[in-house]
Ligand binder design. Structure first.
Ligand SMILES: Cc1cc2nc3c(=O)[nH]c(=O)nc-3n(C[C@H](O)[C@H](O)[C@H](O)COP(=O)(O)O)c2cc1C
Length: 181
């Protein structure tokens, strides 16, 4: 069974709707660790050794976050800058992340149709996530199709529950090794 580490990054999780639905849907799954970065590091003082240890213990890394300015919240970027240091994430001696999987699981305020050429946001979310795809590539990881909740701010409870169920099923499939890219 593939071990999954969900790095949850939401600066105001107590006000979250979509991200809390997603987190609640997977937090009790055996073999899935939901690691709330803003809870552990409210002062941005990331414990690099601890985080690197967690990376080593897991096969699939999920960045779970709201889409902020077409990217990730600041603490997750800080985590990347500090934790994926030379020798661990990339470089000639990098072995730790090789062969593992990376996925973004995000919620966006914009609609699916706004994320396309000619739409308000002009690019697909997959295109906007190119820095993460290339980070995975540089680290020898496989980059998976992102899991996206669109129109996150206006979904009903029923729609949020449906997305949460899809997310849970996606992680269960990843656990079984049914990976896609
Ligand atoms: C600072 C900030 C930046 C945002 N940037 C984007 C964005 O670039 N694209 C988008 O679709 N939504 C954007 N949003 C909307 C959030 O992605 C959306 O409110 C969030 O995913 C909802 O999830 P939640 O209920 O868990 O907070 C932004 C929201 C904030 C507060």
């Amino acid at each position: 069974m593939q071990r999954i580490l969900v790095l949850l990054a939401h600066p105001a999780f107590e006000h979250s709707r979509s991200q809390s639905y997603l987190a609640d849907a997977v937090r009790s799954l055996e073999g899935v660790k939901v690691h709330d970065l803003y809870h552990h590091y409210p002062d941005f003082m990331v414990d690099v050794m601890r985080e690197q240890g967690l990376l080593m213990e897991h096969d699939v890394i999920v960045f779970q976050h709201p889409f902020y300015w077409y990217s990730i919240p600041a603490l997750l970027k800080e985590w990347m800058d500090l934790v994926l240091e030379h020798g661990l994430g990339y470089g000639s001696t990098a072995v730790t992340l090789k062969g593992k999987y990376l996925m973004n699981a995000l919620s966006a305020g914009g609609s699916r149709s706004s994320y396309q050429a000619g739409g308000l946001n002009r690019f697909t979310i997959k295109q906007l996530l190119a820095p993460f795809e290339q980070t995975a590539n540089l680290c020898g990881m496989h980059y998976l199709e992102p899991f996206v909740v669109y129109e996150a701010d206006s979904l009903s409870e029923k729609q949020l529950a449906q997305y949460a169920e899809q997310y849970r099923n996606s992680l269960l499939a990843l656990q079984r090794g049914d990976t896609w890219s």
